[in-house]
Design a protein around this ligand. Structure first.
Ligand code: ATP
Ligand code: MG
Length: 175
């Protein structure tokens, strides 16, 4: 994955993820969580809050005391597809997302412009697409461990997909 102008990564930064578990270590505020945000973002994440920002353009490098803000953010993710996990006839698949300060995102698959939908469809059968990867955010484990029994039931209901039905039922009963 290569980040350019994404959050704290002003200069192009490339990292390789080998098979198995990858650990990213570093001091507080050094950008570890930003790497996870970049992964979610390039795979099409649409929620600013999921990216720990207030608005979508918060992913663009905002400048520091020694460096001017940038006008665009880019993340390029190259996936080894020799096992054919992605339904596309390339041994290597590159997905990239670019965003400018004045608005929308541009997506590319293997250098060709495409829609968000194309990225989502490409990933959807692979087990890494939307709703198929899970990011356990900082503090989330803590909140599960500290939750009241009712709160804990809420997590289980959400995971099982019944929470929305219970909310609908409660709403219907109130009416
Ligand atoms: P911790 O160990 O505390 O969890 P971390 O390594 O996960 O830290 P991150 O949350 O990834 O740290 O990075 C936070 C840093 O990224 C902060 O210094 C913040 O100012 C910087 N940052 C976030 N968004 C931007 C942006 N748009 N432009 C410049 N810097 C940014
Ligand atoms: Mg962090």
């Amino acid at each position: 994955m290569t980040l350019r102008g994404f959050k704290s990564f002003a200069s192009a930064t490339t990292m390789n993820f080998e098979p198995g578990i990858t650990c990213i270590v570093g001091p507080n505020g050094s950008g570890k969580s930003n790497v996870v945000d970049a992964l979610a973002w390039v795979m099409g994440e649409q929620g600013a809050k999921s990216l720990r920002g207030g608005k979508m353009e918060d992913v663009i490098f905002a400048g520091t005391s020694g460096r001017a803000p940038l006008g665009r953010a880019e993340v390029v993710l190259t996936i080894d597809n020799t096992d054919g996990a992605l339904p596309i006839e390339y041994a290597e698949v590159t997905i990239s997302r670019t965003m400018f300060r004045n608005g929308g995102s541009d997506y590319q698959i293997n250098g060709q412009n495409c829609r968000l939908l194309d990225v989502q469809e490409l990933l959807s059968d692979s087990g890494i697409g939307r709703e198929m990867h899970v990011i356990v955010g900082q503090g989330q484990l803590d909140s599960i461990l500290r939750a009241t029994p009712e709160g804990r039931r809420g997590f289980v209901e959400e995971a099982a997909g019944v929470l929305k039905h219970r909310k609908r039922k409660e709403k219907a009963i109130r009416k």
